[in-house]
Design a protein around this ligand. Sequence first.
Ligand code: IVH
Length: 682
Amino acid sequence: MLKLFSLDQENDSKKRIEELRKEIERYNYYYYTKNESIISDFEFDKLLKELEELEKKYPEYKIEKSPTKYVGATDLKESKFTKVVHKKPMLSLSNSYNIEDIIAFTERVEKNLEYKHEKLEYVLELKLDGASISVTYENGELKRAVTRGDGIEGEDVTDNILAIETIPNYLKEKINIEVRGEIVLPLTRFEKLNEERLANGEEIFANPRNAASGTLRQLDSQIVKERGLDAYFYYVVDPLTHGLKTHKESLDYLDKVGIKTTKIAEVIDDLTVMEKRIAFWETEREKLDFETDGLVIKLNNIDLWEEVGYTTKSPRWAIAYKFPAKQVTTKLLGITWQVGRTGKVTPVAELEEVELSGSKVKRASLHNMDEILRKDIRIGDRVFIEKAAEIIPQVVSSVKEVRTGDEKEVVAPTNCPVCNSILEKEEGLVDLKCVNPNCPAIIQGSIEYFVSRDAMNISGFGSKIVERMLQLNYIKDITDIYELSKYKEELMQLDKMGEKSVEKLLASIEKSKERPYSKTLYALGIPFVGKFLANVLAKKSKNIEVLSLMTKEELLEIDGVGEKVAQSVYNFFKNEKSIETIEKLKEYGVNFGKIDDKREEKIVEHGKFSGKTFLFTGKLQKFKREEIKDLIESLGGVNLSSVSKKLNYLIVGEDAGSKLKKAEELESVIILTEDEFIKMTK
Ligand code: IVH
């Protein structure tokens, strides 16, 4: 039995090895031949590592041409250029992702050296994300330039390299030298190029690396000249023959003879410093006009390179440090349609768990159906995700190249996934909406919003608890929160809700009644009224009665309030259910703005002006502005700030202007002199 099991396992491993090789080769093909990244480096390296480990465990399945031994190569079969064998193979670099990897690298370096060296020096430099090139100068004259190809043999692109202005055709010294570096397309040129291509209806380049590589393979050198490629060199072949003892010296030498380097090379002999400088470059690189995908750490002492040695793929005396990927790929397993508190139904991507910028991600936003169609995203697709503004992950694109044919097109729901009522789509808008006010998802959403920290700040109301209370009918809408004490005993029986937490919750509910008006206004969840606008509206209106009586025009007069907000606030207060909710909350003692005491009494007693609206205009003789306002409010009236159908009385002072004219046009407005108004107050 045991034997059988291990045989099975071995079979599985063999299958996995083959699968991994195929997958890795596929990524290599896209990367090196098509210049397309369809997986992040980090994920690629993970697959490679898995294969390496399996090959170690099952040496019988090792093969000569495994991707663990060879770097991916450009397929030169269809190349239009002459092939040239490199004098020395063009190697790649192994990757590292954190300081631990780098420490392990330095330890490996030391292990490979016969003698212990006190403090080994390393050079930290930029890793340019372009296309590598090897350039040979004879007697100071540029003779040949060859792409990396498969590392052994590359393409002769000399004519194109001669067209790059920043690569000298003649050096400052008549030397024989072979140098290696990276051809890049400056970011500013890249943007310009893509703009032009877009305007000409041509396909745009996915990234600067892709554009540099594509340009380098142009048959017409004139095009190369126009594109404005640039180049930076970082390696001298056979440095010792040029008397170069350290890597730093070789970079300085390149500069001296007229070969461009990035001029960024820091000699470091302390790993704490190294860690700091890596962190520095992680942000500093954003300021550069070329793309970098990491840093390279090289042993400075060239004398020791041979002793430290090489693998078939890369030197052991150097390592690349890759910056954390901004985007990673994962599989889109399905889509959940989520109903928010406003009824908006949004697609949420359910993903195979993946790590992104230090956190595990299982769900991401897909925005709306239009976006899904525009990006042609299908269930089962491998998708790129990224963190938008470093907070909520989003699906950026899908990798069409790795589709198997089993992917399924996304179908938008016709019914609410929660209450099953038919969904609506507002004209001109992309979002689907559940318009059933009794939809449990909408109620739950509005309760969670109501109790949230920026709103009523009621603690102890996690979404699981809210869900449970809704199921048990303890709450049906936000107003029921203030009746929860009725269910104290029952609440204590709920899962994870001891006596203490129930008491805390009830105390927090009680305390929420004292929240400032701006917070209670925000808590109502009026569409488009966020924290900031709630504050503005609260300041302007002082209390909710005033706000509820404002016309759209009056709302529009408030700084920061536009058409959309004005309409939304206006509609909200036209809705009977909203009014009923506010009335109920008020009865429970929730604060909706202070009305001065006198006025409060009058309102309760149905003051003389209760339910009436006033506005004054022109220069008043008998009142100061604040005085008349206070008087109106103390009698239960409401001050408006502009003429509208809602206005009952306009009090006119001297030199009244447009407000009077407008009021005269509206038959419903009663126009009063100051004396007439005074009489009314008596
Ligand atoms: S050194 C033996 N230094 O990255 C020397 N390579 O991922 C090996 N690259 O194939 C290369 N910037 O095309 C080196 N400062 C740098 C580099 C650099 C970019 C490229 C190069 C290499 C690839 C490895």
